[in-house]
Write a protein that binds this ligand. Structure first.
Ligand code: NZQ
Ligand code: ZN
Length: 394
């Protein structure tokens, strides 16, 4: 196991009705004037926004609203939010929604105290200060409620890029699984796929002797395999939704990834798909991740992937031919994704094979390589996009 630091300062309030504590938590973490940030209207329709406002009012906390965050959040609204916060003297960002809303709030939070262009943080600059952020989560997916990450798309050029910093970890996150019951099944499945992908990005490592994090990863993956079909069959299954919601946080605050090198090639490749086609991040991952696995099975020792196949998907280990076991695991993963309604290839995603050179260019490898498990150059990522384009169920 490698040396590591682990900093996860977020206060979590989990369970039914916890959104009624929002005002108290904003006060506890020093907020006096809040930017209430939300998406395209689901929180208005569900009545959640009204409950959150009532909770702020009960504590005498002033707020200004900024809705309209799109999935795959754009820089335009971030600039608008930064100006608004400066004009209004906002001292706390409250995101009510999913990963897109939370990521947009984190971008605004970094941008307000920064004199330059906030996009600098998405081009490699590390933020050292930001306004405090709190979240009321409505979808189990991105893990932004516990992570120090944010992903924003630049409208001019369609660049989707990430930024990270400990100052971006939310002060508090409210996780009420009931709030996810209004999600369309497709969006629930996209979230589940993203959660599993966050674990796989960490599971595939060249670091030896990482039993504890291997086993934690497998626990999250097994939970997702069990609980996702239950919520797809019954959207009001509170217990299944609760397990998924905590799995989503666990998958991405890095508790399952410390002390080991991580990969993240699939995420890099997916971000270009959601930038170009505005597809859901999880749907893009459903197409890319198995294609990446099938490439890796041919270009890397297969023992780790065979281990995944056996421990997560119940395949029989073939010690003489671990690659066969690995391929069975990949096929099982793809069948699972299809069974919950996820696309398996470019056509089902709405992506175009002829765009592959453009997707590769958008990755901006500059002749170099990417990825911590198997380093990929332009020829390799092209092959993986080709595999994703042509994939079929077996
Ligand atoms: O905008 P509204 O009207 O709220 O509708 C949203 C949106 O259309 C809807 N929705 C959310 N909760 C709902 C609901 N509809 C009904 N009932 C509810 N309870 O779902 C749609 C998707 O929402 P979004 O916030 O985009 O989903 P998600 O949480 O999957 O976030 C995706 C974004 O997070 C980024 C992705 O790249 C993508 O931009 N990621 C962020 C990460 C991070 N910050 O750590 C890591 C991830 O790997 C990921 O890259
Ligand atoms: Zn993700």
């Amino acid at each position: 196991m490698n040396n590591f630091t682990f900093y996860s300062p977020t206060f979590f309030a989990f369970g039914k009705g916890q959104e009624r504590e929002t005002g108290k938590l904003v006060k506890r973490f020093g907020g006096t004037k809040v930017l209430l940030h939300y998406g395209g209207g689901s929180v208005v329709r569900s009545g959640l926004l009204e409950r959150v406002k009532a909770s702020l009012e009960a504590e005498g906390i002033a707020f200004t609203e900024l809705g309209g965050v799109q999935p795959n959040p754009r820089d335009g609204l971030v600039y608008q939010g930064i100006s608004l916060c400066r004009e209004e003297g906002i001292d706390f960002l409250l995101a009510v929604g999913g990963g897109s809303t939370i990521d947009s709030a984190k971008a605004i939070a970094m941008g307000v105290p920064y004199e330059g262009d906030f996009w600098d943080f998405y081009c490699g600059k590390r933020p050292d200060t930001a306004l405090p952020v709190g979240t009321v989560l409505t979808i189990a997916a991105a893990g932004s409620e516990g992570s120090g990450d944010t992903v924003i798309t630049k409208e001019d050029g369609l660049y989707k890029r990430g930024a990270s910093g400990d100052c971006l970890r939310p002060k508090f996150s409210i996780l009420n699984p009931e709030l996810t019951e209004t999600l369309p099944a497709y969006q629930t499945a996209c979230g589940a796929t993203d959660i599993m992908a966050h674990v796989f990005e960490r599971y595939f490592t060249n670091t030896a002797e990482v039993e504890i994090t291997d086993r934690l990863c497998e626990a999250v993956l097994l939970t997702m395999c069990k609980e996702t079909p239950r919520v797809i069959a019954d959207p009001h299954n509170y217990d299944a939704r609760a397990n998924i919601m905590w799995a989503g946080m666990t998958a991405h605050n890095n508790i399952v990834g410390v002390g080991r090198a991580q990969d993240w090639n699939s995420h890099e490749m997916e971000h270009q798909l959601s930038a170009l086609y505005d597809c859901a991040h999880g749907a893009g991952l459903a197409v890319i991740m198995p294609a990446w696995m099938s490439y890796v099975a041919e270009h890397h020792d297969c023992m780790r992937m065979a281990q995944m196949a056996v421990r997560v998907f119940g395949c029989q280990m073939n010690f003489e031919n671990p690659k066969e076991t690995a391929l069975q695991g990949i096929a099982a993963f793809r069948r699972f994704l299809a069974s919950i309604g996820m696309p398996v290839n470019f056509e089902q995603l709405g992506a175009k094979r002829e765009d592959i050179p453009r997707l590769v260019a958008m990755l901006n490898l500059k002749g170099g390589k990417t990825g911590g498990y198997v380093a990929l150059d332009e020829a390799a990522v092209t092959e993986i996009y080709e595999r994703a384009a042509a994939a079929e169920l077996v």
